[in-house]
Design a protein around this ligand. Structure first.
Ligand SMILES: C[S@@+](CC[C@H](N)C(=O)[O-])C[C@H]1O[C@@H](n2cnc3c(N)ncnc32)[C@H](O)[C@@H]1O
Length: 99
């Protein structure tokens, strides 16, 4: 869903506690200085490219998860979904190292 559609729905539904950041999530988290502020982080199907040559462009890395951990509250929930088994296996390894 695009940013304009999200903002339209938020306005129609009267949602006033929403913040939308348009940018590269990796950069945004690198430059972030707000910590322990989310009870839940949801990352669903971030990388739609199945080819091995695209693996280095994948969003989720050990460093990315370290930065995700910083924005989450203690005992928060992190939900990640992918439909690529090798990516899921890789994410599990990163999760064990970072959380
Ligand atoms: C296949 S879509 C999934 C969209 C939605 N999460 C869903 O489940 O329907 C992948 C999304 O991840 C976003 N994405 C991938 N890498 C990103 C990054 N580094 N920063 C921000 N968004 C990213 C893409 O822009 C795209 O919108």
């Amino acid at each position: 869903m695009g940013v304009a559609k999200v903002l339209n729905i938020a306005e129609t539904e009267g949602i006033d506690n929403l913040k939308v950041i348009l940018g590269d999530a990796v950069d945004v988290l690198e430059k972030n200085n707000h910590f322990s502020c989310f009870d839940e982080v949801i990352i669903f199907f971030p990388d739609p490219w199945p080819k091995r040559k695209h693996n280095k462009r994948r969003l989720i890395s050990e460093n990315f998860l370290m930065n995700i951990k910083k924005i989450m509250r203690e005992n928060g929930t992190l939900r990640i979904k992918t439909d690529w088994q090798d990516y899921a296996d890789e994410i599990e390894i990163y999760l064990k190292k970072s959380f």
